[in-house]
Design a binder for this molecule. Structure first.
Ligand code: UN1
Length: 504
């Protein structure tokens, strides 16, 4: 057994995963750090998934009657358990998905933050009181639990995205069936074990409140097609969303889709370039360019573009690429070989479309020959060609130029995706225009901050091919509940709305 496999095993046990959750065959789990096999887990199919949904549906019928603030207590306990297990879970995230340890810890912090948020939210599931047009009447809205919430998550945020959905679903009175990426089942087992500790302390939650299904497309499809899964919240590629969305819609289920991004930064003439360079580096190469919020396009004003590109190339030339477990590393490996190949194909296409490519090869990391470590790439493009309009999940940054803000905005919005965006400017008119109705068309729109690394307090998601769903903060909780409009007549008359007469 390799060292990483050994370490993985002890982390799993420390996090409360029992040995019988691991198998000797089935899904082979590898670490992107060196490509070595770190564990096997059994693969579940359609029948297991449907059984899990049935169990969760039974649990829902009980959970929905427990008062929301009492449901919040379970999430408060989950937050406590996550605090106690932050380092071990953060490290497991690093080993299984390859992001640097600081980002692994950051991801667990996002989970803790959403727990706190959801606990507060559990006492704020407010409906409106509405003025009735009829005398002696009152109208109001009540928010009720929806049912089973199916959560489909991706490899790049293997634990945080689960928690955004699960914490809100639980306080809203829903039960959860989770299908994580087949590339990251171990962190999922760890989350399940941590939640189990909270459930044991909570005491009387119904069995089946949270079900984990580890499997591939067959399990995913069964979840998506099951009419008892009232909500499907899916995070991943646009391709996946294009398959999931219509299937859920065809059975009139509700979907929350958080799909691809093609996030840009407009760098205006007045921008603080030093800040812009630092923001670009974090958002373009952090998580090896594998965030849905990663920066993929810089749209730089002609007057500063040369200086900006020179500073970026200087910064990129010294970026520490290496094992994500080592202090000082900023760029870890891509998830697998296929992902590296896709990066190479995109770079080749960019060159064919007239791009001039800086970086972009495979870095060799001592003792980690089986890992696919990318050298982050900067590609100056003559135009926003096909490759620039496509999301490649890798550290490739395209540079485009503009001469006036209208042109920058046109380039900015002229891609199929609409997740995150930003402008670097010290000019108030430009900043406000970028955030206005005629500005960025994305769900996230920042000023003097990069597009990635959003806080959980805001609604997270975007428009167009990004899918339109919102997760995490603000009023995203409404996506996990159903609204009832109530009209109450406390008078002794029976007036009809709109003045209709119907005397019998
Ligand atoms: C994702 O990549 O799916 O805003 C989520 C961010 C993180 C979440 C990213 N808070 O970059």
């Amino acid at each position: 057994m390799s060292n990483l496999a050994q370490e993985t095993k002890s982390l799993l046990f420390a996090l409360g995963v029992s040995a019988d959750k691991l198998a000797t065959s089935g899904i082979e789990v590898t670490s992107p750090i060196d490509g070595s096999i770190i564990a096997h887990v059994a693969e579940q199919g359609a029948a297991d998934t449907n059984a899990a949904v049935n169990k969760a549906h039974e649990a829902f019928k009980k959970w929905r009657t427990i008062p929301a603030p009492a449901r919040g207590e379970l999430v408060r306990l989950l937050g406590e358990e996550l605090r106690a297990h932050k380092e071990a879970l953060g490290k497991l995230v690093t080993i299984e998905c390859g992001k640097i340890y600081s980002e692994g810890l950051g991801e667990v912090q996002e989970m803790i933050d959403i727990c706190d948020f959801a606990v507060g939210q559990s006492r704020q599931l407010y409906g409106k009181t509405i003025a009735s047009e009829r005398p002696g009447h009152r109208m109001m809205e009540t928010w009720h639990p929806m049912g089973v919430c199916g959560v489909i998550s991706a490899f790049n945020f293997p634990v945080a995205v689960w928690s955004w959905n699960t914490c809100l679903a639980l306080i809203c009175g829903d039960s959860v069936v989770w299908k994580p990426s087949e590339k990251t089942p171990l962190t999922a087992l760890a989350c399940e074990a941590i939640l189990q500790k909270a459930l044991e302390r909570f005491g009387d939650a119904p069995e089946g409140l949270h079900e984990l299904v580890i499997g591939g497309p067959e399990a995913g499809q069964a979840l998506v097609d099951n009419p008892k899964a009232a909500i499907i919240s899916a995070t991943g590629s646009t391709r996946m969303g294009a398959a999931v969305g219509p299937r859920v819609a065809s059975r009139f289920g509700r979907s929350i889709l958080e799909l691809g991004g093609n996030n840009a930064m407009v760098v205006a003439p007045s921008a603080d370039l030093d800040m812009a360079v630092r923001a670009i580096c974090f958002s373009a190469v952090g998580t090896a360019g594998q965030r849905c919020t990663s920066l993929r396009r810089v749209i730089a004003h002609d007057s500063i573009a040369d200086e900006l590109v020179a500073s970026l190339k200087k910064a990129y030339a010294t970026l520490p690429v290496g094992s994500p477990l080592e202090d000082g590393t900023l760029v870890g490996p891509l998830i697998d070989e296929q992902s590296f190949d896709t990066m190479q194909t995109s770079l080749k296409q960019a060159a064919e479309e007239g791009g001039s490519v800086f970086g972009g090869g495979r870095a060799s990391v001592d003792g980690k020959d089986g890992g696919f470590y990318p050298t982050p790439a900067i590609v100056e493009m003559p135009a926003q060609s096909d490759v620039v309009r496509t999301e490649t999940f890798a550290p490739i940054l395209y540079i485009l130029r503009y001469s006036d803000l209208d042109q920058a905005l046109e380039l900015h919005n002229e891609v199929p995706q609409g997740l995150s965006s930003c402008i670097f400017t010290l000019n108030m008119r430009e900043a406000e225009t970028f955030m206005s109705a005629a500005g960025s068309d994305c769900g996230i729109c920042n000023v003097n901050i990069g597009p990635s690394g959003a806080e959980i307090g805001g609604a997270f998601g975007g428009e167009k091919e990004t899918g339109g769903g919102r997760e995490s903060g603000s009023d995203a909780w409404k996506g996990y509940m159903r609204r009832a409009t109530n009209t109450v007549n406390y008078s002794a008359e029976l007036p009809l709305a709109q003045g209709v007469k119907f005397d019998i």
